[in-house]
Design a protein around this ligand. Structure first.
Ligand SMILES: NC(=O)c1ccc[n+]([C@@H]2O[C@H](COP(=O)([O-])OP(=O)(O)OC[C@H]3O[C@@H](n4cnc5c(N)ncnc54)[C@H](OP(=O)(O)O)[C@@H]3O)[C@@H](O)[C@H]2O)c1
Length: 338
């Protein structure tokens, strides 16, 4: 534990109607943070928060705003309204929302005509980040450094996953295929209907999710590369296998029943939503997570009192050329959608 003590700030977090985002909201409020949630249904976000005993629309603790991450226009409008309403800059942004639709036979399309999991998980968050970078860089969260007060850099935290990291066993699972953007042919061709995969090949719904999470993790590495001298700490984390969240709602019922048991008793990878939420809150808030460019993990087999460590990433995530391609092509695609 570091001896530095930083004051809580204001955090924007996406996707808090259930799972990791909901429990991270609770953990952050418990640490004294003011949380602004961004959801396609602020009403459902409020109901979920209420069920967890969180305060109802308290301006100093919890606010809910509308943002549909699959719709680039919605992201633009939401951020514009948010920036008008903020009295102080944000101190942290957590990109948490995601969809996983492994049983789709055909792709679903976003309002701008992009494959829905890439649109929600990557394009929506990429645009959100671009629109909030300047605001985040103005954050002035105080930190007590033992003898005097300083300023804690703001944090931009991405939910990553083991299945997008080819360096780990979970990232090599061939069902339906490991995350791999190939030569970015889908991106180069504009990634618009009917193109639905980053590599331009045929639709594999499970891989579409993994590829979108790979883009999320590449984005953090590229942000760190481009803005490492800025006052923002960029990091991602794997919170563990939170096998009971609604992320798995589109998997077969038998899988939803067996998967948590398998993770709990066979792999030992099972993590509760409460613990996952606390891990996100730590990455947002604790001084020891103030290193940029790190992908935090607590390992794949959960052990009591295990400390976080910087997880080795595959070259599919760290390769600067791929990252530049993803960055430039995503920027172009977002510009085109204006
Ligand atoms: N569960 C795990 O084992 C695990 C492991 C590693 C990483 N992760 C990551 O953790 C994050 C949270 O996953 P989870 O397991 O907590 O899943 P979850 O319970 O399904 O939560 C996903 C959240 O994203 C929101 N969302 C979906 N589409 C959206 C959109 N278009 N606009 C705004 N919000 C939207 C959902 O809201 P709605 O109610 O509106 O759908 C929900 O609040 C994801 O990034 C996931 O990749 C999870």
């Amino acid at each position: 534990m570091s001896s530095f003590q930083s004051a809580p700030g204001t955090v924007l977090i996406t996707g808090t109607t259930s799972g990791v985002g909901l429990y991270a909201t609770k953990a952050l409020i418990d640490l004294g943070w003011k949380v602004i949630t961004a959801n396609r249904s602020p009403l459902r976000a409020e109901e979920a928060a209420l069920q967890l005993g969180l305060p109802i629309r308290s301006p100093n603790q919890l606010q809910h705003i509308h943002m549909d991450l699959s719709d680039l226009d919605s992201v633009r409008v939401s951020v514009e309204k948010l920036l008008q309403s903020l009295e102080e800059p944000l101190d942290a942004l957590v990109c948490n929302a995601a969809v996983y639709m492994p049983r789709l036979v055909r792709p679903k399309w976003s309002p701008q005509g992009y494959e829905l999991s890439m649109a929600t998980n990557h394009f929506g968050h990429f645009l959100l980040i671009q629109l909030l970078l300047e605001n985040l860089s103005n954050s002035k969260r105080p930190v007590w450094k033992g003898r005097s007060w300083g300023v804690e850099p703001s944090r931009l935290v991405m939910l990553g996953t083991v299945t997008a990291n080819y360096e780990e066993l979970g990232g090599k699972i061939p069902i339906p295929a490991p995350a791999d953007l190939g030569d970015l042919l889908g991106f180069k061709k504009g990634f618009s209907k009917p193109i639905c995969m980053a590599n331009g090949k045929r639709f594999k719904p499970g891989k579409a999710y993994k590829d979108s999470k790979l883009c999320n993790m590449i984005t953090i590495q590229e942000l760190h590369r481009r803005f490492k001298d800025s006052s923002i700490v960029f990091s991602s984390l794997y919170p563990g296998c939170v096998a009971k969240t609604k992320l798995f709602r589109n998997t077969p019922k038998i899988f939803q029943w067996l998967f948590p048991l398998f993770q709990r008793f066979i792999t030992g990878g099972f993590v509760s939503e409460t613990l996952a939420g606390k891990r996100v809150a730590q990455v947002v808030s604790f001084p020891e997570f103030g290193r940029s460019g790190v992908h935090w993990s607590w390992g794949n087999r959960q052990k009591k009192n295990r400390e976080q460590f910087s997880q080795q990433l595959s070259t599919r995530i760290t390769d600067p050329e791929t990252a530049k391609g993803v960055w430039d092509l995503t920027t172009k695609l977002i510009e085109k959608s204006k």
